[in-house]
Design a protein around this ligand. Structure first.
Ligand code: ZN
Length: 189
């Protein structure tokens, strides 16, 4: 489009005409265009570029509308990416807070997230004394110790079950968090 401008090199007045027509040059090809005092938009007769007429006290110029639109589109895209980033960030942060609800604290150890492995380990450890009860190892302590051992075992099973439940709820919540995050990333706006 630009290489046709030589063929169409305009012969145009460069001073305002009597009936308030002014000449402005096309921002794209440099062609001289007549505009009147009220013209805000025009299309270049030489290269076909759509233009906005910019007026100041002392000068007239043109801006390519397609350029403007591209810049606006870029800006909108950037804003939408930023907005999406912020939503994902907020989503991540609220998940970190929510995750704390599932934390397991036991003894002096740091709070940790429930795991299936953790629940099964607890169950195995809880059931270990059962073997000793059946083997009669506790007999030397007298029968009165058996109920205490059983209570310890039941307590251990309860702890294991609790971690199992927590793990299930945590896993469901995590799946939901990940799914929503993927939706936020995919839709962007
Ligand atoms: Zn032009």
């Amino acid at each position: 489009m630009t290489d046709t401008r030589i063929d169409y090199a305009p012969i145009a007045p460069i001073t305002p005409t009597a009936d308030s027509l002014s000449v402005v040059s096309c921002n794209h090809c440099g062609g001289a265009l007549d505009v009147d005092a009220t013209t805000r938009f025009t299309t270049c007769g030489y290269c076909g570029t759509r233009l906005r007429v910019e007026r100041s006290a002392t000068s007239l110029s043109t801006i390519e509308l397609d350029d403007l639109r591209e810049r606006t589109d870029d800006l909108e895209r950037n804003v939408s990416v930023l907005r999406s980033d912020r939503r994902v960030e907020q989503h991540d942060r609220s998940w970190e807070l929510r995750r704390d609800e599932f934390m397991i604290t036991s003894g002096d150890s740091d709070p940790r997230l429930p795991t299936l492995h953790g629940a099964l380990s607890r169950l195995i450890i809880a059931l270990l004394p059962l073997g000793l009860v059946f083997s009669g190892w506790f007999a030397s302590f007298g029968d009165s110790i058996v109920p205490i051992v059983l209570i310890v075992i039941v307590f251990g099973i309860g702890q294991a079950a609790l971690e199992g439940f927590k793990y299930n709820r945590y896993r469901a919540a995590r799946a939901e968090y990940r799914q929503q995050r993927a939706v936020l990333l995919a839709h962007g706006t």
